[in-house]
Structure formats: C-alpha cells, structure tokens
Design a protein. Structure first.
Length: 465
C-alpha cells in the first residue's frame, strides 16, 4: 500500500479536498488497512503525494482528530487511535417466548394463532394515517407535555369507560400510559410494595408474575374455578397480601368472568385492610359474550385500580394504555409519571382523541366483534372436525393436547412454519398444570381456519409418543 492510502481526489467535485482526504483515511481505518497505532505520513509528505497544499492535509488530519480516529502526538507524529473492533450487527432471529408465543423482530404483520394482537386486516390504516397527519399539523407549541396525558384524551377515555365499561370516573383519575406494561410499572412504584405479597390468578398472565418479582413483591398463586378467583383460598394462603391482580371481566386465559359473589368477597377482603385490587381489563368491551361483564371498578371506586389498553383494540405498536386510580392515589401516581414514566407523545394522543371523539373507535370495536365471533366459530368448527377437545375463551380457543405431548415443544415446531400458538402450561405457577395450546382467533380468517388447524395438528401428531 502506498502512502496515499489509495485516495483518489475529485478536484471538480462538490466535496472539499480536505474532506475527501479525511474520508479516504477514515475508510482505511475502518476496513483495517490502517491498524491502531499506525503512524500517518507527515502533512508535507502526504501533500506532496496527493499534489495538494500542506494546509489541506492539516485540515483533514484535524477532522480525523475531532472524530477520534487519530491521535496527534506532536513530534512523534499522528497515529491511528484505538477503536472497538468493527462488527456487523447480526440479524435478530425470531424469538419464541414460552409464555406468549413469538415476537418476530421487525415483523409488521402478526402470525396466525398469535394472542394479544388485533386483526391486521381490520386496522383502519388510511383513516388512522389521516388522523395522525392532522394531529401533526394542529399540535400546539412544543413545550413539555402533561406527563399524565393530554387532557382531551383523558376526558375521552373517561367518557368511553362510562358508556362501555359501566363506571364513572373523573378525567383527573385517568393517566395515559405506555400500554399495560407502563401502567403496571407505575402502579408498582407508587404503591411501594417491596417486600409485600400479592395474589395472582393461577393460571394467570405470566408477565404479571415476573413484574411483581422485579418489584420485590412475592406473587402468591390463587386457583381459579368456574366463578373465577377463589377468594377464600387466597385468604387461606396469604391473608395479609397487600394487593390482588385479577382479570375480572374475562379471566386470562380460561375465559370465565369473576362472579358477583366472588367480586363482593374480593372487595370485602380489600376493605378489611389497607389493600388494593389491580384490575387488568385486558379485553375491555371487546368480549364476545352477548353482554360484556362489567368492570370491577364499577363496583368500587376506592380500592380498585383499573388498567386498560388500546393494544388489543387498535394496535400493540401504538403502546398506549390507561390507568384509572382512586382519588387517594392521584398524588402518588402523579409523582411517578412526572418523574419517571410520562405519557406517550402528544401527537399520538391527539390522533387517538380525534379517533374516539368522532365515533370511529366504537364503530371499529363493533366491526371487530362481528369479525372475531365469525373467526372463533370457524376455528372451533375446524378443531371439532378433527376431534380436538377445546374451549372457546374470549378472543382465543384453548385446544387440549393428547397425553404425553408437550405444549412447549409443539409451539417451537409451529414457529418454524409461521404459526404462533401459545403454550398453556407456563400460565400455571403452582404444582398443577395443564398442557394445551392457546390459539388466538384474531388473525385467523374464517376461510383459512381449517388449513391452519391442519398444519398445526400435523405437528401435534408428530409429537405423539
């Protein structure tokens, strides 16, 4: 290699000669032609080789020094600086999560049977894009936004809850969050539960157990039956627990609502001490029963903390949820969001506000409920034709597996053929567990249900002992 490092100067180009020299040396450093510690030619020597002025080379070296590519050493010359080894970022593989299925890196469209995601083909993309564009044009001065969420959106959420979920709340009680995860994180910080115990449904949402553990809270599994959480068993196992996490509207994953008797028992327990009930209203109004079970918060505004999300009704990528708290917690929650976890970007909130205010959100919900009921029926029929025992639960169907077939193994094999069922067994935290597959219905069009089920059950048959 000659002392000019292969630099070819374009004297008629738009870039300055010093910039071209700096780029050439930078490229030689990056591709390894100039190793760390190598000494560069003097300004005079390189200027003579390239036929440029000494000052031009000096300016190039100064650029490289500013970028920490070289280190000037006075009389010892200019040397190549030490740099981390150049690596090409590896493509992130599709990851299978034992509790909720696959989350393909960078994927835009969800897989068949994946739970927790709405139907990609039902999302009103054109209308939503228009709402976003309008919000971007109309947003006010770019100061710090309200960490609790935009007042207009909080008012719309309060109005929606009064109509759709049967409980009245003031916008001051509503906080806009980064989805369910953001809301859960805020609550756990505000309640300062470190060292306490919490009831969790068994089976129940695995990520909730993980979040409690990270917050220093001990999750206590409490079984569910056909009426939901067995409150008496919770009292027997952990009478002094500080909080209970429940999916009262529709138990996740088994699907039954919390009965009225159990609701009263749970609230009586909460009021008997300084205890809280966190309601994960993960489906909200989007329940396929004739009449959606009311929110637990509609029965008690003092002890129930209500968490809702737009992930299953709009799109998980929006990362927008909401938290409705009793009046006594407004101050503590406000401190947490103002310090550590403010609401999502205002442009997104303004678009969602308009979407709700103009009636598009309720129309979108009605359209999805009709489509999901049809898709669930088609999926159930396809399983029935194959003789697979199953239960329809909300936006999913739980298919039971033959004895000796491991649901985690089936799920891993299904991911390889672009199907994303969820294993049932990780949802259990106690000694008793069931193996099965949770099949989301949202992205299984009725006309494709039979084909998807056949592909999945071919995998199950191959796992038979």
């Amino acid at each position: 290699m000659d002392g000019s490092f292969g630099i070819q100067l374009d004297r008629g180009g738009r870039q300055s000669l010093s910039g071209q020299i700096a780029d050439g040396i930078r490229a030689a450093i990056r591709d390894g032609r100039l190793a760390p510690g190598a000494r560069l030619p003097s300004w005079n020597d390189l200027a003579a080789q390239l036929g440029v002025a000494r000052g031009t080379v000096r300016a190039a070296y100064e650029r490289l020094a500013d970028g920490q590519f070289v280190v000037p050493s006075g009389a010892a010359g200019t040397r190549v600086a030490r740099r981390p080894p150049a690596t090409r970022p590896a493509t992130e593989p599709v990851r299978g999560q034992s509790s909720l299925g696959a989350f393909p890196a960078g994927a835009i469209r969800p897989m068949p049977f994946q739970v927790g995601v709405p139907a990609a083909d039902l999302f009103p993309a054109t209308l939503w894009s228009r709402m976003l564009a309008h919000a971007a044009r109309s947003i006010g001065p770019l100061g710090y936004p309200d960490a609790r969420g935009e007042p207009e959106l909080r008012a719309e959420i309060a109005g929606y809850l009064a109509v759709a979920r049967g409980f009245a709340c003031h916008p001051a009680q509503v906080f806009v969050t980064h989805g369910y995860a953001g809301a859960c994180s805020i609550v756990l910080r505000a309640l300062k539960l470190h060292g306490a115990a919490a009831w969790v449904e068994d089976p129940g949402y695995p990520f909730a157990r993980t979040a409690l553990g990270w917050a220093g809270v001990t999750p206590v599994p409490v079984p569910v039956d056909e009426e939901g959480l067995v409150v008496a068993e919770g009292i027997r196992r952990a009478p002094d627990a500080a909080v209970a996490l429940v999916t009262a509207g529709q138990q996740a994953p088994l699907g039954m609502p919390l009965s009225l008797e159990r609701r009263h028992a749970l609230l009586d327990w909460a009021h008997s001490g300084d205890r809280w009930v966190i309601e994960d209203d993960y489906l909200g109004e989007l329940q396929l029963a004739r009449h959606a079970a009311p929110a637990l918060a509609s029965m008690d505004a003092r002890r129930v903390i209500h968490i809702g999300s737009f992930s299953k009704t709009m799109a998980p990528a929006l990362r927008v949820g909401y938290l409705v708290v009793p009046h006594d917690l407004i101050g503590a929650i406000g401190e947490v969001v103002g310090t550590l976890d403010p609401a999502p970007p205002p442009i997104l909130q303004h678009a969602l506000t308009a979407f709700m205010h103009d009636g598009h959100y309720l129309r979108h919900l009605r359209r999805m409920k009709r489509a999901y009921a049809e898709r669930r029926a088609a999926l159930s029929n396809a399983l029935q034709r194959l003789g697979v025992p199953h239960d329809a639960t909300g936006l999913s169907v739980i298919a039971r597996l033959p004895d000796g077939v491991d649901d985690l193994t089936v799920v891993q094999a299904a991911l390889e053929v672009d199907l994303s069922p969820v294993p049932l067994s990780p949802w259990y935290s106690g000694d008793v567990s069931r193996h099965g597959l949770i099949l989301g219905v949202t992205n299984v069009p009725a006309e494709r249900a039979a084909g998807y089920v056949e592909r999945l059950w071919d995998i199950v048959r191959r796992q038979l002992p």
